[in-house]
Design a protein around this ligand. Structure first.
Ligand code: EPZ
Length: 426
């Protein structure tokens, strides 16, 4: 199994191109199921999760034509054509590997009248049920039954628009409902919808395919159902979590890096946070420039929250930064109940962190120390990379497959700006 070795202490200098967003690409790919005509996606990141979604779509009868990007900064191009669906089942094997597979449920049931999708089961960061997805599909007229670990969703006569109010904000449930609603008869109103930029991106792609949607970017999305969607081309939006991760990398390692191909509004809550901890961040013609001189970062508190709040997907990386900051920081995780799995690994590197319920209390130390560490999920792994950049000596990160799910060419991007990082193949 591959591992990553990092020798900490080198400041970062240069330019990092930001890839297309994994969490936008996955629902966009599922959206191809809504039309017989091709959906062309550009700026698609080459990631293990994208390959898993393409495999799943292949099993459903979608033909996929992939052209990789030629440079680190250029995303790939997918032409996905769901002219004839040959199946409506998403197997346990694929769903257990990648929960986003559940996003095919809405498009399949509204296009084919039937979907059989494995229940995802447990997850390293929390229970993550899919009850809200299912309640919304039921509200749209689908019949939902559970059989041998699979959810069977049936609507042989199609779906009918409805008013759906989510009790909590859910990105995935909003996406599944939106995709089902675009081909449902009549009007659907989604209240307390998620406002993450990935929802906006999906909505804009669906509009390009002929859907009628208003209220994107607000918590009330209104959809007027249409009878069919057509071919379209759409560029996946830049990855805000990758953007934030590399901004925190500069904050912890020091130096000056331009993050190209990204936009400030995607990381709204992160910019004031960087300024608070003493990092300079400004917009440039090509993206964002992040700069920290030799001075130690200052501690700050963070509470994760749905967009536009501080993202849970950056909590672990921010915690890595706080382990070396001057002072004590309180980091509260409000979205997932078990998203502190990086803490014991950071402790092995000499961090001072105490957990009290949903809050981690981090007291900064002068210097972390390199160690062999292991990660349990994607964002936790990236926090260990950040810690490794600042640590004295060598850090070895095992289970690199977690990183490959969501960070395109991570070691190449970091080594190009001066980090001493390499992948070691076992
Ligand atoms: C998306 O997951 C992202 N994944 C996650 O990124 C991200 O952490 C999360 O949104 C929150 O921003 C993708 O976009 C593919 P939710 P999702 O439904 O949609 C509860 C990463 O590292 N809930 O918004 O699954 C749930 O348990 C990943 O890239 C229910 O109770 O998240 C959680 O507490 C990790 N019932 C809260 O809602 C449901 O039916 C928010 O989850 C659905 C969710």
């Amino acid at each position: 199994m591959d591992r990553i070795s990092i020798r900490g202490g080198a400041p970062l200098k240069g330019e990092i191109p930001i890839s297309g967003a994994k969490n936008a690409a996955l629902p966009l790919m599922a959206a191809c199921l809504l039309s017989e005509e091709p959906l062309t996606l550009t700026n698609v990141p080459k990631l293990a999760d994208v390959v898993s979604m393409a495999d799943l779509l292949g099993q459903l009868g979608v033909s996929a034509d992939w052209r990789p990007g030629r440079t680190v900064g250029e995303g790939g191009r997918y032409v996905l054509t769901a002219a004839h669906l040959t199946g409506t089942t998403a197997d346990y094997e694929i769903v257990r590997k990648m929960r986003a597979s559940f996003l095919v449920a809405g498009p399949l049931v509204v296009r084919a009248g039937h979907a059989k999708v494995s229940l995802p089961g447990g997850c390293a960061i929390g229970a993550r049920p899919v009850d809200l997805h299912l309640k919304a599909l039921e509200a749209l007229g689908a019949e939902v039954v559970l059989e041998e670990g699979y959810v069977i969703v049936a609507a042989p006569k199609g779906l009918k628009g409805a008013r759906i109010e989510f009790p909590i904000v859910s990105v995935g449930a909003t996406e599944n409902t939106l995709m089902a609603a675009v081909l449902a008869r009549g009007e659907t109103v989604i209240e307390n919808a998620a406002r993450e930029p990935e929802i906006d991106d999906l909505g804009r792609c669906l509009i390009a395919m002929g859907a009628k949607i208003s209220g994107l970017g607000t918590s009330r999305i209104i959809v007027q159902g249409v009878t069919s969607l057509h071919a379209a081309e759409h560029a996946v939006l830049p990855d805000r979590i990758e953007t934030g991760t590399y901004a925190f990398a500069v904050a912890i390692a020091g130096g000056e890096v331009e993050l190209t191909g990204t936009r400030a509004e995607l990381i709204g809550a992160v910019i004031p946070m960087l300024e608070k901890v003493g990092v300079e961040i400004k917009e440039t013609n090509r993206g964002l420039s992040v700069h920290r001189n030799g001075v130690r970062p200052i501690s700050a508190d963070a509470n994760t929250a749905p967009f536009p709040g501080f993202p849970t997907d950056l909590q672990a990386q921010f915690m890595a930064l706080m382990t070396t900051a001057d002072g004590t920081s309180r980091i509260r995780e409000t979205i997932f109940e078990n998203r502190f799995m990086h803490v014991p690994e950071l402790l092995r590197m000499g961090a001072d962190i105490r957990i009290e319920g949903d809050t981690a209390i981090v007291t900064g130390v002068e210097r972390l120390k390199g160690a062999p560490v292991m990660a349990t999920d994607l964002r936790a792994s990236s926090s260990l990379v950040l810690a490794g950049l600042a640590a004295e000596g060598e850090t070895i990160i095992n289970r690199v497959y977690h990183l490959d799910r969501g960070f395109e060419r991570l070691e190449e991007k970091l080594s190009r700006v001066g980090a001493q990082i390499e992948r070691q193949s076992a």
